[in-house]
Structure formats: structure tokens, C-alpha cells
Write a protein that binds this ligand. Structure first.
Ligand code: NAI
Ligand code: MG
Length: 354
């Protein structure tokens, strides 16, 4: 039986509730498709930071490297500043492993009433391709004259040709497999060095792919467009910050952030890729067993696809579709009363192998 070594990091808050449930679903399809996920559960979290002074051990990245993929819940919790949890775990993994694509699909499912009441599943089906290694999220900068009236802070965005070209290449290839449409998020009217550069590289790719339909929009107009006319969009390529914001907005347009999945991909395969829901640790509902597990389960489906199990991935996605379209099972974020476990059980029941 084929075995994949998975580093499972539940993290904080509802990460501990949704990740084990998603593993239950993946184990089930694995058994039916002749593969096994050997999960090593790593308790790297804000709790660890408070007792040991670091989110993960010093050799953490080396330990992750021994795995075929990383499956992550969410990190961050009140009591530990968010920049500590982000830069102590998530960002080092994304960068050290060259996971330069953050791919975030957005779909409205049948059975979910999105805030755009008249929207249909055909109208909301897009993928945000977020640059995941550079851009606005940079350690370059500093603060001077702290605590004085002259205090100031500088943070330097970095856009490299290599980094910009490789994210464009991924987005254009994905668009070619999907609808043939790709939109670029820019702000070259206000951010006058990096964004014109981003636009130039996008223009080079557009010129090289005359078969694809391309457009570029300023991020503010693009954000409005997500709400006013989501059907206009299919693949959206965006810098680190713009992609982060657009994918939360997209998740909201599709009904709940609890559903949205993400894949941090190293397309070369030289290091493990990482799969995690878009949402955070949700301290406001943590510990009550009511978190929506779909974002984590769908992220698990993306992981199976990445590991070469297309049929198993599709089965998980179809089970999610079936449960939402044909049953009333919903967690409270979608107006229902199901617990995390009940919702997961419904999805497992909808698997063909069940
Ligand atoms: P959040 O995503 O944790 O929560 C935002 C809102 O959405 C809350 O009202 C929450 O209850 C709800 N929500 C989120 N996931 C849900 C689910 N599965 N089911 C039902 N409702 C859900 O974002 P917030 O509050 O900004 O951040 C909380 C902590 O999580 C912070 O420490 C933050 O840094 C961290 N975080 C971590 C991320 C990661 O690990 N990738 C991503 C985003 C935030
Ligand atoms: Mg985010």
C-alpha cells in the first residue's frame, strides 16, 4: 500500500478541532483508494511558545522536510502577538520550502446562501493565486526614535523578477486548464515602483499567451468586482498582501470563511507543500466543538490531489457538495446546529466508499 508521510500541525484554537476531523475523512478515502496517510502530529503552537519560548523546535524545518506534505490547522492565539506566531512558524515554512504559490479556490456550493443572494454556483467559482514568498510581507525595514514624536516605521516591499515570473507562470498555466481567463490585481496608480513592475511582467505573460483572456484591475476595483460581479473572475493572480485580502473576501462571498481551503505549493516538488484552511484559530468559538470542518477537509482534498490521488480528491470534494446540496447539516457559521464531528460524519457518509 502506498504510504505518504504527513506532518500534521493542528496549531491553536479550532485547528485542534478541525484537523483531526479532516484526517478522519482522508483516512477513509485512503483506505478505499489503496493508500495510507502516516500522520505525525506535531504540537507546535502558541501554547508551546508560552512554555518553551518558540513556536517550533530549532530543528523544526528539518523535521518537516522528512515528510511528503504538511497539513496545518491554524496558528495564532490571544496572549501571543500575531507577528510572533506568523513569523515563528507559518512564514518560515512557506519560505524555506519555496512554497511560492498560495492557491485558494473559492466556490459557492449548492445549498449555501451566500450574502449575494442571487448568486449561483456557476457565478462563484474562482481561484486566487497569491504570491507567497515575497512582496509586501518582508522583514526589511525598521523603526526609529521609538516613543518620541519623531518615531517612524519603514517596511520595504520586495518584488523580484524570478518571484514575479514564477507566480505569473503558475497562474497562466492554471487559467489554461480552467476557463482561459486570468485577472491581475494591481495598484500601479498609487504604488509607483513595484506595481508597475508587476504589471510589466503580467503584460509579458499576456503577450506570450494570446489564447488566454487577460485583464488587470486595481485592487480596490477588483475587491468591489468580487462582490458586484464575481462571475467575471476565474483565476486571479495577486501579490502576497492583495492575495491575502482577496481570498478572505472571496471566502465571505462564498458564504463563510469556514469553508475556504488553501494550498501552499512548491510546484517543483523539491520540498513538501503545505495545506491549510484560510481561516485562523477562531478563539471566539474555540473549545466548543462547533467549528466548520469543511475548510480543513477541502484543504485535505487539495493535499490528496497534490500527492497524486486525483480520484480520491474528487470524491472528498463531491462528498462536501452532496452534503451541502442534499442535507440540512450545517455548522452554526452557516446557520445550522451541527457540531464539527456531526458535520464530518455526514461528509464521510457521503463518500462512495462509505
Ligand atoms: P479567524 O479566521 O480565526 O476568525 C474570524 C471569524 O471567523 C471568527 O468570528 C471565527 O469564529 C470565524 N471562523 C473562522 N473559522 C471558522 C470555522 N472553521 N467555522 C466557523 N467559524 C469560523 O480570524 P481572526 O479572528 O482574525 O484570527 C484569530 C487568530 O488566528 C489570530 O491569532 C490570527 O493571527 C490567527 N490566524 C491564523 C491563520 C493561519 O494560521 N493561517 C490565518 C488567519 C488568522
Ligand atoms: Mg488571511
Amino acid at each position: 500500500m502506498r504510504e505518504h508521510r504527513i506532518a500534521a500541525i493542528p496549531g491553536d484554537g479550532i485547528g485542534n478541532e478541525v484537523l483531526p476531523e479532516a484526517l478522519r475523512v482522508l483516512d477513509r478515502v485512503g483506505a478505499a483508494h489503496g493508500f495510507r496517510l502516516a500522520a505525525t502530529v506535531l504540537p507546535w503552537s502558541c501554547e508551546r511558545y508560552l512554555t518553551d519560548g518558540a513556536m517550533m523546535p530549532a530543528d523544526g524545518l528539518d523535521r518537516l522536510r522528512e515528510h511528503d506534505a504538511v497539513f496545518l490547522g491554524a496558528v495564532g492565539y490571544p496572549g501571543v502577538p500575531d507577528h510572533v506566531s506568523l513569523w515563528g512558524l507559518l512564514i518560515p515554512i512557506r519560505r524555506a520550502f519555496g512554497q511560492y504559490v498560495n492557491m485558494r479556490p473559492i466556490r459557492l456550493f449548492d445549498g449555501i446562501t451566500g450574502p449575494l443572494r442571487d448568486a449561483t454556483p456557476r457565478m462563484v467559482d474562482m481561484v486566487v493565486v497569491r504570491e507567497n514568498n515575497e512582496g509586501e510581507y518582508s522583514e526589511i525595514g525598521g523603526r526609529l526614535y521609538q516613543g518620541t514624536p519623531e518615531e517612524f516605521a519603514v517596511q520595504q516591499s520586495t518584488f523580484t523578477r524570478r518571484g514575479t515570473e514564477r507566480i505569473m507562470r503558475f497562474a497562466f498555466e492554471l487559467a489554461a486548464e480552467r476557463s482561459g481567463r486570468v485577472a491581475s490585481a494591481t495598484k500601479s496608480n498609487g504604488i509607483i515602483h513595484t506595481m508597475p513592475f508587476w504589471d510589466e511582467v503580467f503584460g509579458e505573460f499576456a503577450a506570450a499567451h494570446p489564447d488566454l483572456s487577460t485583464e488587470q484591475l486595481h485592487i480596490d476595483a477588483l475587491a468591489a468586482g468580487f462582490v458586484l460581479n464575481p462571475a467575471r473572475f476565474d483565476v486571479i493572480v495577486a501579490s502576497n498582501l492583495f492575495g491575502d485580502i482577496l481570498s478572505d473576501l472571496g471566502a465571505a462571498v462564498a458564504g463563510s470563511i469556514g469553508i475556504a481551503p488553501s494550498a501552499n505549493l512548491n510546484p517543483s516538488g523539491s520540498h513538501p507543500s503545505m495545506f491549510e484552511p484560510v481561516h485562523g484559530s477562531a478563539p471566539d468559538i474555540a473549545g466548543r466543538g462547533v467549528a466548520n470542518p469543511i475548510g480543513q477537509i477541502w484543504s485535505g482534498a487539495l493535499m490528496l490531489r497534490h500527492l497524486g490521488h486525483e480520484a480520491a480528491a474528487r470524491e472528498v470534494e463531491s462528498a462536501i457538495e452532496t452534503v451541502l446540496a442534499t442535507t440540512d447539516a450545517r455548522t452554526p457559521d452557516l446557520g445550522g446546529t451541527a457540531s464539527t464531528t456531526e458535520m464530518t460524519d455526514e461528509i464521510i457518509r457521503a463518500l462512495p466508499s462509505a
